[in-house]
Design a protein. Structure first.
Length: 400
């Protein structure tokens, strides 16, 4: 039998104690090729952080053993403190909604009688319930990978638990038949008709103000929980302010001033100068200052969107509007009010940079999320350029 020794320390070992494993190959010429391939594979695995014994087991098609007696629950608690208090700290509600579900399941798997034995298997097991290629699955995979990297770097877990740098295989891709989850904008008149269908009672009035605020200010549902009014120190003019900070792969969005875009009743968008066009006046800012707006209970995090979606799903007006939108192969969600704000702004000639600033994201994200922004801007720019040119005939008639 062939005996292999490791005279150097592998990652995760506390000393330079020599390790040895016996390989199932005889000292014969006929076994030399297979033995050489096995030794090369073992060497590559050791370089990646496996111990010699683990590398030999993996190369032989066996799963490596988990690190013994690791305090996974304690590691999770320490990782929580790291995420909440250090680096680009996240908010408690983000931890609760984005991290807790997948990490709790991961710790449960790791402390079970038959735990996963590789980071790839652990990630696959913990994100399987979410649709391949979905945003939720992507977030869960990345957050679990963060936890494993923390355990390797801060908890002194063996490097075998270093997650793969590329998570594409784990996240997967949506099937070609999958329906896009993006929602579409709706017209001002559709929004007004929906509001008119709400019950004329105290609860209906509260939910109507939710829709009014999202529509006129272009808010994300969660931003209703971060809304306030400030006063310009020079002009003494009150204005809307949103303190929400969204953390994403593109960075952190800053708190921002909000710019109302009133809806128009029974007139095409972008034609406010036409006789008979009427901008709807809800007096939202004045009513807010007078404490006359009392929003319904909205849970933090994604719960705000869920709460709004739940209420709307019970309204006959919403069901009717949804059927109308879906008949045009489009999708209606509570984000449609925010999208409508974007359309309204561009149809009124507001540039991409100003709209992006008002909506709380970068120009790149704005143009990617709202293709009509780029299309409308290009159309207006070329129309303006063409309007400055004279026709050949006109040029000939010009004296001198």
């Amino acid at each position: 039998m062939l005996k292999l020794r490791s005279p150097v320390k592998s990652a995760g070992q506390s000393s330079n104690t020599e390790q040895a494993v016996t390989l199932p190959f005889s000292w014969t010429a006929s076994s030399a090729g297979d033995a050489y391939v096995r030794i090369r594979n073992i060497y590559a695995l050791v370089q990646k952080g496996h111990t010699l014994k683990q590398a030999a087991e993996v190369a032989a098609g066996k799963a490596p053993k988990l690190i013994e007696q690791h305090d996974w629950p304690g590691a999770l608690e320490r990782f929580k403190q790291q995420k909440l208090s250090h680096g680009t700290a996240i908010k408690p509600e983000t931890w609760q909604t984005k991290y807790v579900p997948v990490l709790t399941e991961a710790v449960g798997q790791l402390t079970s009688r038959k735990p996963p034995t590789t980071p790839e298997d652990l990630i696959d097991e913990c994100i399987r319930k979410w649709e391949p290629g979905s945003r939720s699955r992507q977030e869960r995979a990345r957050n679990l990978a963060q936890f494993l990297r923390y355990c390797v770097s801060r908890e002194r877990l063996t490097a075998i638990w270093q997650p793969p740098a590329d998570l594409k295989d784990a996240i997967g891709r949506k099937p070609a038949s999958a329906i896009s989850q993006k929602s579409n904008a709706i017209t001002d008149q559709q929004i007004l008709n929906l509001l008119a269908s709400f019950p004329d009672d105290e609860a209906g009035g509260r939910w109507a103000d939710v829709i009014r605020l999202m529509s006129e200010l272009g808010l994300r549902p969660v931003e209703l929980l971060h809304l306030s009014v400030r006063t310009d120190p020079k002009t003494k003019t009150p204005y809307w302010w949103c303190s929400y900070e969204k953390r994403s792969g593109g960075g952190v969005t800053k708190p921002r001033r909000l710019w109302p875009l009133p809806l128009v009743d029974a007139a095409p968008l972008g034609e406010l100068d036409r006789p008979g066009d009427v901008a709807v006046e809800w007096n939202l800012l004045a009513r807010w200052q007078a404490r006359l707006i009392e929003l319904p209970a909205l849970r933090s995090g994604n719960g705000a969107a869920d709460s709004i979606a739940t209420y709307l799903s019970r309204r006959a007006g919403w069901k009717s509007l949804k059927e109308q939108v879906e008949s045009q192969d489009e999708r209606l969600t509570c984000y449609s009010f925010r999208h409508s704000y974007s359309v309204r702004g561009h149809q009124r000639g507001i540039d991409n940079g100003s709209m992006a600033l008002a909506m709380g994201h970068s120009i790149e994200v704005h143009c990617r999320s709202y293709p009509w922004a780029t299309e409308a801007g290009a159309e207006a720019a070329f129309a303006k350029a063409s309007s400055t040119l004279k026709s050949p005939g006109a040029a000939l008639e010009t004296p001198g």
